[in-house]
Design a protein around this ligand. Sequence first.
Ligand code: ADP
Ligand code: MG
Length: 685
Amino acid sequence: MEILKKDIQYIKGVGPKRLSLLKKLKIYNVEDMIYHFPRDYDDRSISKKIIELKPGDKTTIYVVITGKCQTPFSRKGLNINKYLAKDDTGFITITFFNQPYIKNILKLNDELMINGKVKMGLQGLEIINPIYEILKEKDCSSSLNSIVPIYPSTEGINQSYLIGIKKNVLSMTQNATLDYLPESILEKNKLCSLDFALKNIHFPSTVKELKIAKYRLVFDELLLLQLALIRIKKRVINEKKSPSLNINEGLSSFINSLPFELTKAQKIVLKEIMEDLEEGTPMNRLVQGDVGSGKTIVAIIALYKAFINGFQGALMAPTEILAEQHYVAIRQLLEPIGVRVGLLIGSIKKSNKQQLLQEIKVGKIDIVVGTHALIQETVCFRQLALVITDEQHRFGVRQRAILADKGDNPHILVMTATPIPRTLALILYGDLDISIIDELPPGRKKIKTYGLTTEEKERAYHFAKKELSLGRQVYVVCPLVEESEAIEAKAATEIKEELAATYFCEYKVGLLHGKMSAKEKETVMKQFLSNEINILVSTTVIEVGVNVPNATIMIIENAERFGLAQLHQLRGRVGRGRFQSYCILIHNNKSKIAKERIKIMEETNDGFIISEKDLEVRGPGEFFGIRQHGLPDLKIANLFKHMKVLKRVQKQVEELLDEDPALCLEQYPALKGKLDEKFNSFEGT
Ligand code: ADP
Ligand code: MG
């Protein structure tokens, strides 16, 4: 084991200069070097005949040199050596630039294997500066007739250096790597040994060996991650004590006083939450529910339960607009029954903030609604028992943990409108229990969605005018500019000016973007909510949560720039009341994929289907911002590409849990050791 932890600077070939470059690649010790995997491979084992070659091919051929070395004169002062070579199907010229010594190496009638890029030269096919090997000298360490790794690298470190050092390190560690997976797991899942995998992921002799090695390493990576997450969950449940909130006085009369009856799905999820809250161990629950499924009210009921029991609760939202909206909603429902609610966002005045912080600290405020400002160090609670984060896909494990630290193991509830397939949820939210609100409140009409090309855009505005004349309201979402909020804001301002001066000159057009102050945003949102503003031109700041039931049209400009899940979120801003609502996707992309995406949006309103399609297109890394979740980087596994392996892994984990419900892994000490080593810092949050 020791050898794996050996500092890379003590390895042959690593001087001070290389050392700092290797550190840039995050290679600090021998193990890092081994786990620095190829990003791709160059398969030189596939050879061709000359007759099959086309200019542009990069390939291996077997030839015999049929002519003496020619050294034509070059005006540019280059040294050029040319050979004519053949196989049994044709001839090819092999040209070497600036390799004068080649004359002494390659001789008439030598048999060669060469690999390089084929060109059409003046005298027919030609390969310039190929990699070559004289066949009579061929030995088994040939790198030409094999699959050659290509590593992620950095300037100053070339591939052959990396290949050399990897070979060295692998031979040093042969048989020194402990296989932490027990025989039984290897057997059941048809996994090769770790030694084999680590050697062959770098230097496989055949594509099949590479596959076998890769399967093992992908399996390991996913298994360790899944186990680590479940262990966090188990640890939280088994070892920590949380306030048990079992007073329910007034709770049902509050629920009965709501202006609507909870849906069946809301009731089921609420029951799960209530049970968790009554346990003396912390709740760690994720509520997934499509846009508009009514997650907020479930959160409010849970917060009220904390209040009844004499504790404080906190609700954290990803944007100020959303935080404010929740604040208003909660005050409306809970202030009349004696609950004191506070709003803590970054932009409130310093003096107000001081006072608010003081009130939170002494318990004069019962429920605090806020943004990231809530997880700042200065915020102390008197008795925090419940923390809810809304639209959790934007909060990571770590952020949740910081907030949880503010109380004495408060119960944690996270809510997300990004529904994902169960397999992925199990790993991305593996440390949480999952509840799903899989039903919309009754009476909702399906939002009708249409794609229009940029040329047809006016039709959208005309249609919007019709709705406006009926008293409804309109959102216009401006193109997404990922690189710059400032450019995005500018574009939004221009669109607003234009629309206000032309199509919608009889109406009041408002503007909302990320560069506005919180105060300005709040004013605009209030005006939109009260229909003083009829048309809201906005950037994606309205993406999450905003609730204006009278708005019935969502026009999205340059819809091709958004991900499907994001379009679905945006679309969820309409269809929140009793009116038929519409979403119009304006796009100027004629590609097949773009058309298909628009078609998916037109055809379905189901967030699960949409996110699955989105995953197919973008892959989960991008989709979720894996790093945002606080999960360690995956080196080799890809949650979407390796979904099948992930399923196997989850089956294996289930079996492990049957055998060892507390997941102590006492019977697998090596596996336990590996998990501790790999995830201790991560779990420690
Ligand atoms: P989301 O799940 O997207 O956060 P919200 O909680 O904002 O959805 O709810 C969307 C709208 O549906 C709100 O106006 C809310 O008052 C309303 N709503 C929630 N539950 C019900 C219900 N059971 N019956 C009718 N309307 C409901
Ligand atoms: Mg919401």
